[in-house]
Design a protein around this ligand. Structure first.
Ligand code: NAD
Ligand code: UD1
Length: 688
């Protein structure tokens, strides 16, 4: 399988382009040293495209490391975004700009040559034209406009173009598409990706967005005495998604050349339409819904009246055209800004790689900490809850070593369980006249989704966000896994999203299973839960924990732990405080609502169903759910190094066990194509 290598793919334009590449069927590898970006952008790319995108934290100037990437993947071509790009900064630290941009490109081209990769799409800029108004009839600017960059940044772009030209002259099999961008603006319409400028933004829209969100007082408009309809300068603002698509068109164009045929050619990527600063200001105010403060300041040095593209060459040759407006871009930018007011930076959240191979970012451990010491860690594998620390006490069983999660003896610590939690009797069920035979992984039954259940999957994401309301800080983490038709024998394509909502005393979990419109099956079966083992004793045993539930009704089970269909009381009345231990153990499905539930319970009451305390600590756990049942399992079977029987207990929200095989219960778990399964659970840790 061949790949497109995207340098700078974690950055603003690169991340949007990676999405378009994947959407157009390309496989992508990203190389980025994260000097002006965040890996979170890559995590969000994967979340959006629902595909793994290999990522390498490599500086382009490190030729050896770069070469390893070329050796590991069959690279067909390169889109080269990686560069430093701030005009003002480049005049202060020109050497770093030349070193990074030109040095990085030379290293890249050497590695490409050594690996016989001769196709490159290069991020150039309209800045290579300098002041195009110095000539007559050069506005809108055509590609043949003479170049005269006016700052070190622009000069790096100009020089790289020249290098690519010379390489093509020397070896005419090289294919170089030079894309000269005009003013990229906007963000991904999903609200998940956008520009995340460090420090004070230089560019118009990022600055204006920070004014709107309250991070800056007012916009300074640099001069209103230009010869335009309102006195402010004219630029060609292009939506970043249109720009990203231009790269696909360029790449397709290069790929369609005859075998052995090379090319060196420049294309302007712009809309061909000019907008003034006030035009953009008004469009953004409209998106925000209010007038934003501004003042007119003096002209900014280096600015010129009009830089609008003549994009005819790209329109005709690449068959590419910008279709989105400045208004669209403003709307998308505002969505990105309000949903991510500090970009990817969340002040109480950190992550680390949670794989033995530290260069493999697919499984990461995400830790969120609060001022009161409450701390929660989640991992991509199984979208699992690895740790919760309350008052200095670890209250959830988890492994420090990521490889422990893969061991057979791991009793599902902290993990999401699906597609069907708990047991399916006889490892089979009937649906719409079809019999589905599953793999039996527990005697004759299927337990917790089978051999390749959600606990064994690496979820994409997370999309990590934070909201602050006065002193209250709430963090959310969205993880996604696409469970394809046929996995573990289940019918239908299911997109599973696990949303954690964490504040300074609780962990909420939302379980969302969408049976996709495009699924080949008419209906499927879903029952999702979380398998955390809680321990609020402060020791390695939960013995002596006092639990109290709102129900004492359980599903009666037979010898293979399958429900008989009857509701019966439990051996000990747990609606009264009950001390768990060797003589008082539970592994029962308790019924909160005998009538069962519909498929999506998320808007139902989040009912506290069980509370637990332990005399050793001052911690009370309250477990709540919207589901009609929960499994209370006191961990008799735990047998893994470092943990022993009853080191933790589970309160797993769920539908009734084996519901799919019991006529009166089936509707709790059958999800038709286009429908969404949903439920919520919440674990709150308060001072007792
Ligand atoms: P960006 O800073 O968001 O993205 C550039 C990425 O390259 C970053 O993720 C950065 O970490 C990475 N990078 C930089 N130097 C690197 C190195 N030596 N090794 C590996 N990675 C490195 O910028 P962007 O706005 O997405 O711009 C992308 C490209 O487009 C740049 O080449 C820029 O010059 C060009 N461009 C941008 C604009 C614009 O307005 N944004 C306009 C014209 C051209
Ligand atoms: C700048 C870079 C250009 C780069 C482009 C990328 C310069 C001289 N040029 O272009 O190389 O390719 O960014 O987007 O830096 N404005 C204000 N107030 C502000 C910011 C900007 O009035 O706070 C005005 C500017 O005067 C300009 C317009 O907004 O007329 C756009 O400015 P900006 O976003 O910085 O882009 P350019 O200057 O066009």
């Amino acid at each position: 399988m061949s790949y497109i290598l995207v340098t700078g793919g974690a950055g603003y334009i690169g991340s949007h382009t990676v999405i378009e590449l994947v959407n157009h069927g390309y496989k992508v590898v990203i190389v980025d040293n994260l000097c002006n970006s965040s890996y979170d952008a890559v995590a969000r790319i994967e979340y959006i495209v629902k595909q793994h995108v290999p990522f390498f934290n490599v500086d382009l100037r490190d030729s050896d490391a770069l070469d390893k990437v070329f050796k590991q993947y069959d690279i067909q071509g390169v889109i080269h975004f990686a560069a430093l790009k701030a005009v003002g900064e480049s005049t202060k630290i020109p050497l770093q700009y030349y070193d990074n941009n030109i040095g990085g490109t030379i290293s890249l081209l050497n590695v490409m040559k050594a690996n016989s990769v001769k196709t490159v799409v290069f991020s150039s800029s309209a800045t290579v034209y300098g002041d195009a108004t110095r000539f007559e009839n050069m506005i809108p600017i055509p590609e043949h406009c003479p170049n005269d960059p006016t700052n070190p940044y622009g000069k790096t772009k100009y020089m790289i173009e020249q290098i690519l030209k010379d390489i093509h002259t020397a070896d005419n099999q090289w294919r170089s598409a030079i894309l000269r961008y005009f003013n990229p603006i906007g963000a991904h319409p999903s609200g998940l990706l956008g520009e995340d400028p460090l420090g004070i933004p230089n560019n118009l829209l990022p600055y204006l967005a920070q004014v709107a969100i309250g991070r800056r007082d007012k916009l300074s408009i640099f001069g209103n005495d230009y010869d335009s309809h309102d006195g402010t300068p004219i630029r060609d603002y292009i939506h970043v998604v249109d720009l990203a698509k231009g790269h696909i068109s360029a790449l397709n164009y290069l790929n369609k050349l005859e075998t052995g045929e090379g090319l060196f050619r420049e294309w302007n990527l712009g809309t061909g339409k000019g907008s003034t600063v006030f035009d953009v200001y008004h469009a953004f105010c409209k998106a925000v819904g209010r007038e934003l403060p501004y003042e007119v300041a003096g002209r900014r040095g280096g600015d010129v009246l009009n830089l609008t593209a003549n994009a005819t060459r790209a329109n005709t040759e690449l068959k590419w055209e910008a279709t989105l407006s400045v208004e669209d871009a403003c709307k998308d930018l505002w969505k990105w800004t309000t949903e991510n007011p500090f970009g990817f930076n969340i002040d109480n959240y950190k992550w680390q790689v949670f794989n033995d191979d530290k260069s493999d970012y697919s499984n990461r451990l995400h830790t969120v900490s609060f001022a009161n010491g409450f701390k929660v860690s989640l991992a991509n594998r199984g979208a699992l809850l690895q740790s919760v620390v309350k008052n200095g006490t670890s209250v959830v069983c988890g492994f420090q070593d990521p490889s422990r999660y893969i061991e057979k003896s791991n009793p599902f610590f902290g993990t999401t369980v699906g597609r069907v939690a708990n047991r399916i009797g006889g490892a089979k069920f009937e649906l719409n006249g079809n019999t589905y035979q599953l793999a039996a992984n527990e005697g004759a039954n299927t337990l917790h989704g089978g051999f390749h259940g959600y606990d064994k999957q690496t979820f994409f994401g997370p999309v990590a966000k934070q909201e602050k309301n006065g002193d209250k800080v709430v963090n959310t983490f969205l993880f996604k896994y696409e469970d394809k038709d046929g996995n573990n024998g289940f019918p239908g394509d299911v997109e599973c999203v696990i949303k954690y909502t964490v504040d300074d005393e609780s962990v909420g979990i939302e379980f969302i299973g969408s049976h996709l419109e495009t699924s080949p099956a008419e209906a499927t079966v879903i029952n999702l839960t979380n398998h955390s083992y809680f321990n609020i004793s402060g020791t390695d045993s939960t013995d002596g924990t006092v639990v109290k539930a709102i129900t004492n009704t359980q599903l009666e089970v037979d010898d293979s732990l399958l429900p008989t269909g009857k509701f019966v009381p439990t051996h000990t009345d747990i609606t009264k405080p009950t001390k768990i231990g060797p003589d008082c153990a539970f592994d029962y499905c308790f019924v909160v609502n005998e009538a069962g539930s519909g498929i999506d319970t998320r808007s139902d009451e989040l009912k506290p169903v069980l509370e637990a305390t332990h005399p050793n600590t001052n911690i009370k756990l309250v477990a709540a759910t919207t589901d009609p049942a929960f499994q209370l399992y006191t961990g008799t079977g735990i047998d893994t190094p470092g943990f022993k029987p009853r080191s933790g207990f589970c309160v797993e929200n769920s539908r009734f066990v084996n519901a799919i095989n019991v006529p009166e219960w089936r509707k709790q778990v059958i999800v038709k194509r286009g429908e969404t399964y949903g439920s919520k659970a919440k674990y709150t840790f308060v001072d007792a």
